[in-house]
Ligand binder design. Structure first.
Ligand code: CTP
Length: 412
C-alpha cells in the first residue's frame, strides 16, 4: 500500500492523550499524520507534543494568516486520504451533524470530500442523550464511519459507554478503511453487521451464565464477507479467536451490551445474527464474590435479555435490507426454524442441529464443522416460504463461503 496520510483532529476530552499514542501506531503502519488541535483539545495536550510526534506543524487556529499563506484550510482538509476525529466530543459531533463551521476543525470537516472516521469519547449520559444519538445517526447516514465508544470506567468516575476506543482498535479501523478502498469485490460498498460468540451474564465478579458457543461460525462469515469486499462490523462476545483480517471488531460481554453495540453500528445493508445470546441474565449481579459460608448462591433469579435479532429486524427506520438469523434447535429443526423466522421477522434463517444426536463429530457448538438447513425467502415476501435447502456436513468456513455467495447473488 502506498503511503497514506491521515488528518487527525484532536478534540477536547481527557482521551486526547490516547490520540498521541494513535499517531505513533499509525506511523508504525506507514501512515503519516498531520494534526489539528481544537482550542478545547489544547487544554488536554499541547501543540508542541503533537508536532513533536507528527514531525509537522500542529494546526490550531482558523485565522492564522501565516498558515493560510502556507496551506489554506481547504487544502489541509483535502490533502488527506482520510480525516479522523479523535476524540470526537459531543460538541464536535453536533457541529458536524449540523454543518457548523466556526473554527479550523469544523471548517475543514465541512470543506472536504475526503471520507471521515469519528471516534466518540464523552460521558455516558452525554453519549446516551437523544441529541447525541440523533447526531450519530445523522453522521452515519452521511457516510461517516464510527469506531467505538467502548464501555467501561470513565475518567469522571461513572461507568458505561463513552470511553474512547483504544489506539490499537482505531489504528486497525483506519488500516481496514484503506484496505477496503483498495480492495474490489462483489460486496464493495455494503456494510455487514455480524454478531458472534456467546454472551457472558455475570452472577458475581468471577462467575457467569453462558453457553458452549466458540464464535467460529460468525468469525468465518465475517472473514468471508470482508474477503468479498464488504465493510464488516463484527460484534462479538468473549471468544479465543483472532480478529479476521479487514474486520472492525467490537467486543462485548453481555447481551445488553451486544444489543447497544448493534444499534450503534446501524445502518447496515446486511445483518447476520450468529451469536448464541444468553436468553436470561441473573436479575442481580453481586458486587463481591458470593461466599458459601455466607449462605452461598441458593436460587439465581433471572431476567429475560433483549432479543437482538428481533429488535433489529423490526427497527422502525434502520432495518438492514437483508436480515439473516440462525436457529439452534435440538428437535423438529425445520419446523421450529420456520416459526422462528416468522416470529423474528428475518428474511433468511439458517437452522442447525445442536443436539447430542447431531451427525457432526464433536457437536456443532464449539466444533469445527456444521450441518445446516438454509431457509431463504424473496424480499418483501413474508408469507411464502421457499423450500428449505439441507446442506451436507462441511467446515464452518465452507458454510460461510456458501452463505456469502447467496448474499452476493441476492444483491445481483
Ligand atoms: N438471538 C438474539 N438475541 C437473543 C436470542 C437470540 O439475537 N436474545 C438470535 C440468535 O443470534 C439467532 C436467533 O436469534 O440468530 C435464534 O436464536 P436461538 O437461540 O436459536 O433462539 P431463541 O430466540 O433463543 O429461542 P429458543 O431458545 O426458544 O429456541
Amino acid at each position: 500500500m502506498s503511503q497514506k496520510t491521515v488528518l487527525l483532529i484532536i478534540g477536547g476530552g481527557i482521551a486526547a492523550y490516547k490520540s498521541l499514542l494513535l499517531i505513533r501506531k499509525l506511523q508504525q503502519r506507514n501512515i503519516s499524520v498531520r494534526a489539528i488541535l481544537t482550542r478545547a483539545g489544547a487544554q488536554f495536550v499541547t501543540p508542541l507534543s503533537v508536532s513533536a510526534l507528527t514531525g509537522e506543524k500542529c494546526f490550531t487556529d482558523l485565522f492564522d494568516l501565516t498558515d493560510e499563506a502556507e496551506m489554506g484550510h481547504i487544502e489541509l482538509s483535502r490533502a488527506a486520504d482520510l480525516i479522523v476525529v479523535a476524540p470526537a466530543t459531543a460538541d464536535l459531533m453536533a457541529k458536524m451533524a449540523h454543518g457548523l463551521a466556526d473554527d479550523l476543525a469544523s471548517t475543514c470537516l465541512l470543506a472536504t470530500d475526503t471520507d471521515i472516521l469519528v471516534v466518540p469519547a464523552m460521558n455516558v449520559r452525554m453519549w446516551h442523550h437523544a441529541a447525541t444519538q440523533r447526531n450519530l445517526a445523522h453522521l452515519r447516514q452521511d457516510g461517516v464511519r464510527v469506531v467505538g465508544p467502548d464501555e467501561g470506567e470513565m475518567a469522571c468516575g461513572e461507568f458505561g459507554f463513552g470511553r474512547m476506543a483504544e489506539p490499537d482498535e482505531i489504528a486497525r479501523a483506519i488500516t481496514n478503511y484503506f484496505a477496503d478502498t483498495q480492495r474490489g469485490g462483489p460486496l464493495l460498498g455494503k456494510h455487514v453487521l455480524i454478531t458472534a460468540g456467546p454472551t457472558h451474564e455475570p452472577i458475581d465478579p468471577v462467575r457467569y451464565l453462558a453457553n458452549r458457543s466458540s464464535g467460529l461460525q460468525g468469525y468465518a462469515i465475517a472473514a468471508a464477507c470482508a474477503e468479498a469486499g464488504a465493510q464488516v462490523t463484527l460484534i462479538s462476545g468473549p471468544t479465543n479467536l483472532t480478529v479476521p483480517e479487514g474486520v472492525d471488531m467490537v467486543r462485548v460481554q453481555t447481551a445488553r451490551e451486544m444489543m447497544r453495540a448493534c444499534e450503534a453500528a446501524l445502518p447496515a445493508t446486511v445483518g447476520i445474527f450468529c451469536a448464541a445470546v444468553a436468553d436470561y441474565r441473573p436479575k442481580q449481579k453481586a458486587v463481591e464474590k458470593i461466599k458459601k459460608e455466607k449462605g452461598g448462591m441458593g436460587e439465581i433469579k433471572l431476567s429475560e435479555n433483549p432479543d437482538i435479532l428481533k429488535t433489529i429486524a423490526n427497527h422502525p427506520d434502520l432495518r438492514p435490507e437483508l436480515v439473516i438469523g440462525f436457529a439452534a434447535e435440538t428437535e423438529a429443526i425445520k419446523s421450529h426454524a420456520v416459526t422462528k423466522k416468522k416470529r423474528k421477522n428475518c428474511d433468511w434463517i439458517i437452522a442447525n442441529d445442536v443436539s447430542s444426536q447431531s451427525a457432526i463429530v464433536g457437536g456443532v457448538m464449539g466444533g469445527m464443522e456444521n450441518q445446516v438447513i438454509f431457509i431463504g425467502g424473496e424480499q418483501g415476501d413474508g408469507k411464502r416460504d421457499p423450500k428449505p435447502e439441507s446442506w451436507p456436513p462441511m467446515s464452518k468456513q465452507q458454510v460461510a463461503a456458501r452463505l456469502v455467495q447467496k448474499i452476493i447473488d441476492h444483491f445481483g
